[in-house]
Design a protein. Structure first.
Length: 319
């Protein structure tokens, strides 16, 4: 039999791609897909057969996913975030790695720095944008990794201080909020200033912020914790000032991970290792197509068609 018939069997590449898109891109359950196929398309497919088709689609995305894995350790900058995930009532974590042109997801049974080591290695030479999370700090400390901690998360922490009932701590928090506001008023005027003037103004605002956060710190535990954070990791909050192209927030990763949070809420997680692999691959395809302005269904169809016909797989990297 021809390869595309042998691999596809009763279902061709376009119908398989449609099922994969409904499952991965539209958060549909197998029951919903069965109803759609029965009532709209006029065919009946069992849940077991649907699952087999999803595994074929997953195999079709393997090369694209592995390309992402190969490129990640060589990126000049990455944004990383993580969120919880469930599998048969067990706790897992979805890690999101967002580069300039693609996004990779990794589902792991740990939230520790081991995932960063496994994906990026011990010699990662780029800059990672992330939250002030212990695994990121450990990875930074153990392997001398450059980090840009998220300023948006910092602002939330400062607002918390400014809202406390202790007057000294609240005043301390308000001064920091004002200093942050001044810094970003300069940051948003970058196009109006010469490169020299912008660099000098940002450096002055950095020094002003550090002077407030490190001096005359109230005795409250919350204020002391924030001051200690900057004594230890102060440079990692201002990497965006000295390194072109680095964002001061981790919004890129948080935007990418929003889709999988919705998927988790609707589907209630995965059931097996095969399910985890499928989710990692389809989420990476959908997120990367979205950021590159490519039609996700077209790529899914082309990948499945290539898999069925033993042809070269399409790539999501390059121009």
């Amino acid at each position: 039999m021809p390869a595309h018939i042998e691999k596809g069997q009763l279902t061709g590449p376009r119908l398989t791609a449609t099922i994969a898109y409904m499952k991965g891109g539209c958060h549909c359950s197998f029951s919903t897909i069965r109803k759609f196929l029965r009532d709209v398309v006029g065919i009946t497919i069992s849940r077991g057969q649907l699952n087999k088709l999803i595994q074929k689609a997953s195999a079709a995305f393997e090369q694209a996913y592995n390309e992402f894995l190969e490129y990640l350790p060589n990126e000049a900058k990455l944004n990383v975030d993580e969120t919880g995930h469930k599998e048969n009532k067990k706790r897992f974590w979805i890690w999101c790695f967002r580069g300039d042109t693609y996004t990779l997801f990794k589902i792991a049974d740990t939230r520790g720095s081991k995932v960063l080591i496994d994906v990026l290695g011990e010699d990662f030479a780029g800059v990672i944008g992330c939250d002030y999370f212990s695994a990121d700090r450990k990875y930074m400390k153990d392997f001398d990794i450059l980090i840009q901690f998220c300023i948006a998360h910092l602002i939330r922490d400062i607002k918390y201080l400014a809202g406390l009932t202790d007057k000294a701590t609240a005043d301390y928090g308000q001064k920091l909020l004002d200093a942050t506001r001044d810094m970003f008023s300069i940051f948003h005027k970058a196009e109006e200033l010469t490169a020299n003037d912008f660099a000098e103004a940002m450096e002055e605002s950095r020094k002003a912020f550090l002077s407030i956060v490190l001096n005359d710190v109230p005795e409250s535990r919350q204020a002391q914790n924030l001051a200690n954070r900057f004594r230890t990791h102060g440079d990692a909050y201002f990497r965006f000032i000295t390194t072109p192209g680095i964002e001061p927030t981790n919004n890129l990763a948080e935007q990418a991970i929003r889709f999988v949070v919705i998927d988790r809420y609707i589907t209630q997680g995965t059931r097996s290792e095969n399910g985890r692999t499928w989710c990692e691959r389809i989420w990476a395809v959908l997120a990367t197509c979205g950021s590159r302005g490519r039609n996700a269904f077209d790529f899914i169809f082309q990948s499945i068609q290539a898999y069925f016909s033993d042809q070269p797989f399409p790539s999501l990297l390059g121009p």
